[in-house]
Every structure is written in C-alpha cells, then in structure tokens.
Design a protein around this ligand. Structure first.
Ligand SMILES: C[S@@+](CC[C@H](N)C(=O)[O-])C[C@H]1O[C@@H](n2cnc3c(N)ncnc32)[C@H](O)[C@@H]1O
Length: 256
C-alpha cells in the first residue's frame, strides 16, 4: 500500500488497519464470519454486543452492518484507536457507543453504559495482552455481567506449548509465510501504520496520552487453549469450547 503525502483520513486509517491486521492474522475474516454466524444462530435480532478491546471498531462495524437491529458498545483503553472507532462507527448513528476503559483495572465495567444488558461479548487479537491472573479476572467479571444464555467469543492466537513442538513449529512457519506474502504485496506493518496515524492532527495530540496509558504493559507469555477453557469454567461459564481453529488460531466460545 502506498503511503500518502498528505495526512490520511480516519476512514482511510480504518481501511489500512484492516489490511495491516490481516497481514498478521491469517484468515482474519473467517474468524469474524464464524462469530457473526454464532450471533445469528444464538441471539435475538435486536441483540446488544460488547466489542471488548475493540481497536478502531472492526468487529463492532461488522456486527452493525450484518444485524440492522443490533446495538454495540465498543471498549478499548487506547485513546487513538477509540477516536478512530468513534468516527468510523458514527455511520451507524446512535447504535454504537465507544468507551475507554482499562481491562487491567478491577472496575473496568464501570465505564459501560449502566442500562445495557449484553447478549454477546466479542473480542479479537487482544486478550493475549493480559496476564493469566488478569485474564481470569476479566472472564470472572464477564460471567458476572452477562445474563444466563449470553455468549463470549474470543478470537486469538493461543500458542502451542513445549509439549507440542511440531504443531508449534509449523504454526510459526505459517505465520511467517502469511506475513511475508502480505508485506510483499504492499500491506503496512504495525509500526508503519502508527507512523501514518501520527500524521493525523486529531490523533497526533492523543499520542502522548496513549504512551502514558500503555507505558508499563510487558508482553505476556502465550496462554494455551486449555488455560482459556479452564479459566472460563472457573469464572462461571457453563458451556465452553471452540467454534473455529486454524493451526494455533482459535475462536473460543463460552456460554453463560
Ligand atoms: C491488535 S488490537 C485488536 C483490535 C481489534 N479487536 C481487531 O481485531 O482489530 C489489540 C487491542 O487491544 C487493546 N488493549 C490492550 N490492552 C488493553 C487493556 N488493558 N484494556 C483495554 N484494551 C486493551 C489495544 O488498545 C488494541 O486496541
């Protein structure tokens, strides 16, 4: 993708985000497709969805496009990505609300609109930033927040451990091949996308606050599928499993 000389628009940055993320996440659209199909099969037509760690609003936008009766609350701690999400999701009028909240903080649900009852929580490529303890705490809060029958769908890379070296190796090789092909085809890297975002005047002014908020967030060791399923059961979900897998990339399902 060629880098424009002028500052990109927020819509342009959203499109570029989609392509940039697809360079790192093989079959990203397939993950989303499965999530939307589960919502279609399981939830009422006037569903309310929480997009957890929404980034610029990728899942929220797909949900609102597919389900005309849906409402979405999109939550993230990044002020830059939340600013893009507010702009992009404004095309759905008042069906979308964007809130800023830190999933590491115990009272993160206090940022959610009080009157909302969620039929589903969707998240993608995000919860791996949490430590095992923080992840269990978020799952526990979600189990408390969701009414019986509501579902959680979490799409993420769940790495194979030392006990499955061949699966770990071939998943890593596949990731590297997907990235090589995408970047050769002109997709932007994560770093290049952020350089571009910093050229937008509204976003440039939010960059110092973004740095401050994420100053002390070390990458976490990868959690296994088995850890996620056990944590969800411990948190109080009654039925847990997977609805999609491609190598070490999963969509985990949990029903309250
Ligand atoms: C790679 S992005 C994925 C965004 C979007 N879900 C997608 O699939 O394109 C990871 C997101 O997790 C968010 N995130 C990381 N740690 C967080 C935290 N403690 N609280 C809320 N959001 C967080 C980041 O700000 C970022 O938007």
């Amino acid at each position: 993708m060629t880098v424009p000389l002028t500052a990109p628009t927020l819509d342009d940055l959203f499109s570029r985000w989609e392509r940039q993320q697809a360079a790192y996440v093989a079959h990203r659209q397939n993950r989303f497709q499965v999530m939307l199909d589960v919502l279609d099969l399981h939830c009422p037509a006037d569903l309310t969805v929480l997009d957890l760690a929404c980034g610029p609003g990728s899942i929220a936008d797909l949900v609102l496009r597919r389900f005309p009766g849906a409402r979405v609350v999109a939550a993230d701690f990044d002020p830059v990505l939340a600013r893009i999400a507010r702009s992009v999701l404004a095309r759905h009028d008042d069906r979308a609300t964007v809130v800023e909240t830190d999933l590491v903080s115990a009272d993160w649900p206090s940022a959610l609109p009080e009157e909302r009852t969620f039929d589903a929580v969707l998240s993608s490529t995000a919860l791996h930033w949490l430590s095992p303890g923080q992840l269990l705490a978020v799952y526990t809060e979600l189990a408390r927040l969701l009414p019986p029958g509501a579902v959680l769908l979490n799409a993420d890379h769940l790495r194979f451990g030392d006990d499955r070296p061949a699966l770990r190796r071939l998943s890593a090789e596949h990731d590297a091949a997907v990235q090589r092909e995408a970047f050769t085809g002109g997709a932007e890297t994560w770093e290049r996308w952020w350089d571009l975002a910093a050229r937008h005047p509204d976003l440039a002014s939010l960059m110092p606050e973004r740095e401050r908020r994420f100053a002390d967030r070390p990458p976490q060791p990868p959690a296994s599928l088995e850890f996620h399923l056990a944590a969800l059961r411990n948190a109080g979900f009654t039925e847990v499993g997977t609805v999609w897998q491609y190598l070490d990339d999963y969509v985990v399902f949990a029903r309250r």
